[in-house]
Design a protein around this ligand. Structure first.
Ligand SMILES: Nc1ncnc2c1ncn2[C@@H]1O[C@H](COP(=O)(O)OP(=O)(O)OP(=O)(O)O)[C@@H](O)[C@H]1O
Length: 415
C-alpha cells in the first residue's frame, strides 16, 4: 500500500532520463512564462462539492473501462473521507496495446479511418458521484509534473472511469501567488464542454491539497510530439489548426479568451484529437476587452506588447494571432518571431517574419491572414474553418466533427 504522498515523493526522485515522466528539454521560448499576478484570495473556500452546472456536465465522458480492465481488484473499498490512504494501482487502459502500436506510427500519414479519428469524439458516459473525495479514486501512474501540479492517472472506483487527477498543494499555490489564477482556471474550465478542450469534471480539496478531476488525454503533450517530429506534415497541421479554430470559436462564443495558446498547453486525446488545456491565463470578459499583460512572449500579439499598453485594450482576437504563431510553428518547427526577448518584441510589433519556401501557398496564406497587426483585420475563426488549406486536408475530419458536435448538443439538451 502506498499513499499519494509516497507517490509524490517518488515523483520527485524520477530520473530526468525517464521520458514517461519528463518533458523534453524546453527551448528558450518555452521557458519564457510570465510571472503570475499576486493576490490575497484564500483557497480554503473553494467548494468541495459540484455545482448544478457541473453536475449536468458530469454526464459527459470519462473513458469507461470494461469491468476486467482495472488491475485485479476484488471488491473496491467503500468511499471514505478525503484523507483516505489510496492504493496505487497499475491501471490498464482498454486499448493501450493498440494505442502503443498507433503512437509508434503516429507521424506517418493515417489511413482514411485514422483521418476520421483525428476529429473529436463524444462518448456518452454514466454520471459520476455528486460529491468527490480522494477515496473514490484508485491512483495509477504519474502522468506528469507541472510548476504546481502533479498529475496521476486515476480510476473512479464505482464507475471504472479513467481520468487524470491533478494534485495541487495549497501551500505551493500560496507561495507562488497563483491562487487567483488557479481559481479562475477552475471556474472557467469547469464550464466548458467541447471535444477539443480538456474537460474538468469537478474538483475537491482537503486541508492541504486541491484535486482537479480532468479528462485523461491518452497521447500526452502535443509539444512532445512536435519536438519529436521536428515539424508536422501539412495534413496533420491543418487538422490540428481546424480543431483549434473550432475550440477557440466555442470559447469566444462564451466570451472566454484563452490568451496562452502554445503547444505546451495542448494535449492529445486517445484518438489523436487535440485538447486545449491550461486555462490559467484565460479570462471571462463579457465585454470582450482586457488590458492585462499575460501569456508567453513568442505568442503575444502586437496589441499586447506595445508600449503604453495601459491604453491598449485588447479583445479575443489575441487568440487569432497566437493561432497564426501556432500554425507557423506546426509547419516550420519553431515560432516565427523567436529571437532574443527584445528582438522578439520588436519583430512582433512590426510583424516581421519569413515563411520558409517549403510551406505551401495555401498554408502561407492562412498564416499571413492570422498574423495581421490590426486585430480587426485578422481572419475570423469561421473563415479559418473553411480556408482552402483547411478544407483540402480536413473534409473528413470536419464531417466527423459535425457528427460529434451534434452528439454534444444532444447531451447538453439541445442548447
Ligand atoms: N489530463 C491529462 N492527461 C494526460 N496527461 C496530463 C493531463 N494533465 C497533465 N498531464 C501531464 O502532466 C504534465 C503536468 O501537467 P500540469 O497541468 O500540472 O502542468 P503544465 O500545465 O504542463 O505545466 P505548468 O504547471 O508549468 O504550466 C503535463 O505536462 C502532461 O504531460
Amino acid at each position: 500500500m502506498a499513499d499519494i504522498q509516497a507517490l509524490e515523493q517518488r515523483f520527485e526522485s524520477i530520473s530526468v532520463q525517464d521520458e514517461n515522466y519528463n518533458n523534453p528539454a524546453p527551448t528558450a521560448q518555452h521557458k519564457a512564462k510570465q510571472g503570475a499576478p499576486s493576490t490575497t484570495i484564500s483557497l480554503s473556500n473553494l467548494s468541495a462539492t459540484t455545482t448544478s452546472a457541473q453536475q449536468s456536465r458530469l454526464k459527459l465522458p470519462l473513458q469507461k473501462l470494461p469491468p476486467n480492465a482495472a488491475a485485479g481488484k476484488a471488491a473496491p473499498p467503500p468511499p471514505t473521507s478525503s484523507n483516505t490512504t489510496t492504493t496505487v494501482t497499475k491501471i490498464t487502459l482498454p486499448s493501450q496495446a493498440a494505442q502503443q502500436q498507433r503512437s509508434s506510427t503516429a507521424d506517418s500519414r493515417p489511413s482514411e479511418t485514422d483521418t476520421l479519428t483525428l476529429a473529436p469524439r463524444i462518448i456518452p458516459q454514466p454520471q459520476l458521484p455528486k460529491q468527490f473525495h480522494l477515496g473514490l479514486f484508485e491512483i495509477g501512474k504519474p502522468l506528469g509534473k507541472g510548476k504546481f501540479g502533479r498529475v496521476y492517472l486515476a480510476r473512479e472506483r464505482s464507475n471504472n472511469f479513467i481520468c487524470a487527477l491533478k494534485v495541487l498543494h495549497k501551500s505551493e499555490l500560496t507561495q507562488g501567488k497563483v491562487e487567483k489564477q488557479v481559481r479562475r482556471e477552475i471556474e472557467i474550465q469547469s464550464n466548458l464542454a467541447h471535444p477539443n478542450i480538456l474537460r474538468l469534471y469537478g474538483h475537491f480539496h482537503d486541508t492541504k491539497r486541491i484535486f482537479l478531476i480532468l479528462e485523461f488525454a491518452g497521447r500526452g503533450e502535443l509539444y512532445k510530439h512536435l519536438r519529436k517530429a521536428g515539424k508536422f506534415p501539412e495534413w496533420q497541421a491543418a487538422q490540428y489548426v481546424a480543431q483549434m479554430a473550432s475550440a477557440l470559436r466555442y470559447l469566444h462564443g462564451k466570451h472566454v479568451m484563452h490568451r496562452d495558446i502554445k503547444p505546451e498547453n495542448i494535449l492529445v486525446g486517445i484518438h489523436g484529437e487535440i485538447k486545449i488545456s491550461d486555462f490559467g491565463w484565460s479570462v471571462h470578459a463579457p465585454n470582450n476587452r482586457r488590458n492585462t499583460m499575460c501569456g508567453t512572449l513568442d505568442y503575444l500579439p502586437p496589441e499586447m506588447i506595445k508600449p503604453g499598453r495601459e491604453e491598449n485594450w485588447y479583445s479575443e482576437k489575441v487568440d487569432l494571432w497566437s493561432l497564426g504563431v501556432l500554425t507557423y510553428e506546426f509547419l516550420v518547427g519553431e515560432a516565427p518571431f523567436e529571437d532574443t526577448p527584445v528582438m522578439t518584441q520588436r519583430r512582433i510589433a512590426r510583424g516581421e517574419m519569413t515563411i520558409p519556401a517549403f510551406v505551401s501557398a495555401e498554408a502561407r496564406d492562412l498564416i499571413r491572414r492570422l498574423l495581421v497587426l490590426d486585430p480587426e483585420r485578422r481572419i475570423p475563426l469561421e473563415e479559418v474553418e473553411v480556408h482552402p488549406w483547411i478544407v483540402k486536408h480536413c473534409v473528413k475530419g470536419e464531417r466527423a466533427y459535425q457528427r460529434a458536435s451534434g452528439e454534444l448538443k444532444k447531451e447538453r439538451g439541445g442548447v
